[in-house]
Design a binder for this molecule. Structure first.
Ligand SMILES: Nc1ncnc2c1ncn2[C@@H]1O[C@H](COP(=O)(O)OP(=O)(O)OP(=O)(O)O)[C@@H](O)[C@H]1O
Ligand SMILES: [Mg+2]
Length: 164
């Protein structure tokens, strides 16, 4: 069963708070598939998560040309990939992504993950960023079909969800 949760009207501070909650609540091995149009804020969210993990956010740039950048902080690794320029799922697999998905103490964050959806692991947390009419606000939709992740997600976002 799929769990879908939506948070609206996030500015950059809210986005950092969200990233802090995710890092605090989710297990040390996680794959996040980031979805959203050009400039939606995928890299910005990766920077916020990096910063919450203790990685200098200025070290996190768009991996469009290198395809994979890895960062370490306090025993935790953050792999940052961008599937925008990969030709197909085979080329994506050739980067060795399955090894990354299985790695303990590692979060793997993939921009444009919808382009390689067929080879994403079952226990992925999908995160879709939508631009709102206000230029500095975003809606973030979370989706997972993994039961364990779904439970963690509900706990992590409880305080950020609108009441009622
Ligand atoms: N609330 C917000 N959340 C995310 N980004 C925001 C927000 N408000 C403004 N921005 C700005 O929007 C831009 C988002 O760019 P970013 O590079 O993160 O997008 P992207 O989705 O990674 O794009 P690309 O598809 O080119 O990889 C940044 O300049 C960021 O500062
Ligand atoms: Mg980007």
């Amino acid at each position: 069963m799929n769990t879908t949760l939506l948070i609206e009207s996030l500015d950059l501070d809210d986005l950092q708070n969200l990233a802090n909650r995710l890092v605090m609540c989710f297990p040390s091995r996680l794959t996040i598939g980031l979805v959203g149009t050009l400039g939606a804020g995928k890299t910005t969210l990766v920077q916020a998560i990096s910063s919450a993990m203790g990685v200098d956010r200025s070290d996190v740039t768009s991996p469009t040309f290198t395809l994979l950048q890895s960062h370490c902080a306090g025993g935790q690794t953050l792999h940052h990939l961008d599937a925008y320029r990969v030709a197909d799922e085979d080329e994506f697999l050739e980067l060795g992504v399955e090894e990354l998905f299985d790695q303990e103490q590692a979060w793997t964050l993939i921009e444009w993950a919808d382009r390689v959806e067929g080879v994403m692991p079952d226990n992925v947390l999908w995160l879709e960023i939508q631009i709102e009419s206000h230029p500095d606000r975003r809606t973030v939709e979370f989706r997972t079909s993994d039961h364990e992740l779904s439970q963690v997600l509900k706990t992590a976002l409880r305080e950020m969800m609108p009441k009622g």
